[in-house]
Design a protein around this ligand. Structure first.
Ligand code: PMV
Length: 333
């Protein structure tokens, strides 16, 4: 007997960044974060628990994976097995419609889709909060991708805990049309994962304490500008959050930027100098994401596409949260 479910989840990009974990187990973020779930980047994952399997199996974009990626998937499945009483191993098949592990947030959509599919395939009747907490334990940004629109994930408590910590929508996608131009600077896999980058920053950067102080303040500014629908204040605070996060990482030798990253940042400033309201944000990879109002998206994209070193530029809007794809929901085959 096997039990199977398929889920879709979108990537999200943070405007106030999560960077750094609480110094106790459970993958609790050290700072709060706020993101937009994006329609343009999707992961589709099928989980099939099958009593005949001797071990969990992971196929990512048609390639069978072993090592760290499989271990991270098994860790999530083990939590689902412990909660559901199911003992069967699972076959996990996942497909992204964008490059994996290149700072385009594949772990967010990947673990969100995996968590939702695994919970339903196991027969657990969990709330979205419980699924978000499960995904957050594997990749904190994945806790946000369960939800649509502008989403907030609080920091973990200062004192050690194992309590649930989950994200929530602050502004639904349908309520506010702010866009992101995703400026892709090549399809190379990053050398330092976000998890390792954070650990190294915390251990080696003299500016990590400064980040822990300024990150939450910038988050409050991003959040209050969002609730006031103040695009320019939101964008300015978001750009500062990204720069402060990267500055703390740089000082530990964790450098995700490449030469074209700076070219794009320069072009964003130049556009701003000409009165176009555009703001940049960068994650654990070289790519730049540019926040823009719908009216400016076309001309700004054309400008950025013409820069040297720039690959694809695509426009993304707010999307709904993760969803199960019927009719495979919890089906027994
Ligand atoms: O959730 P992780 O481990 O993939 O880390 C995400 C870190 C950043 O993308 C750089 C920031 C964020 O808040 O998404």
């Amino acid at each position: 007997m096997s039990r199977t479910a398929t889920a879709l989840a979108h990537a999200n990009i943070a405007f106030s960044k999560y960077w750094g974990k609480r110094p106790y187990p459970g993958n609790y973020p050290a700072v709060p974060s706020l993101s937009l779930t994006l329609d343009a980047m999707t992961t589709r994952t099928t989980v099939t628990f099958d009593g005949a399997l001797a071990a969990d199996r992971l196929t990512l974009g048609g390639t069978v994976e072993a090592g760290r990626p499989l271990e991270r998937v098994t860790a999530l499945l083990d939590r689902v097995r412990a909660a559901s009483g199911l003992r069967a191993r699972a076959a996990v098949t996942s497909q992204n419609d964008f490059p994996t592990a290149s700072g385009l947030a594949s772990s967010a959509s990947g673990f969100a889709a995996l968590a939702l599919a695994a919970v339903h395939a196991s027969g657990l009747d969990w709330s979205l909060e419980q699924v978000s907490d499960l995904a957050r334990r594997s990749s904190a940004s994945a806790g946000r991708s369960l939800y649509g629109g502008f989403v907030e994930l609080p920091a973990g408590p200062a004192e050690p805990t194992d309590a649930p910590l989950f994200a929530r929508t602050l502004v639904p996608a349908a309520d506010l049309d702010w866009r992101l131009l995703v400026v892709s600077l090549g399809d190379t896999r990053k050398d330092v994962s976000s998890s390792d980058g954070m650990v190294r920053t915390a251990a080696e950067s003299p500016y990590y304490p400064a980040w822990l102080e300024v990150g939450p303040r910038l988050h409050d500014e991003v959040r209050s500008a969002l609730l006031a629908r103040d695009f320019e204040r939101f964008g300015a605070a978001a750009e500062k959050s990204a720069l402060a996060m990267h500055a703390s990482a740089f000082a530990a030798g964790v450098i995700y930027w490449q030469a074209p990253t700076l070219q794009v940042l320069g072009a964003v400033r130049e556009l701003r100098g000409r009165g176009v309201a555009v703001f940049a944000t960068m994650d654990a990879g070289p790519h730049v994401k540019v926040l823009v109002r719908p009216v400016d998206a076309g001309p700004a994209a054309a400008h950025l596409r013409a820069l040297p070193g720039v690959g694809r530029v695509f426009e993304a809007k707010g999307a709904e949260g993760a969803q199960l794809i019927p009719p495979s929901v919890g089906a027994e085959t």
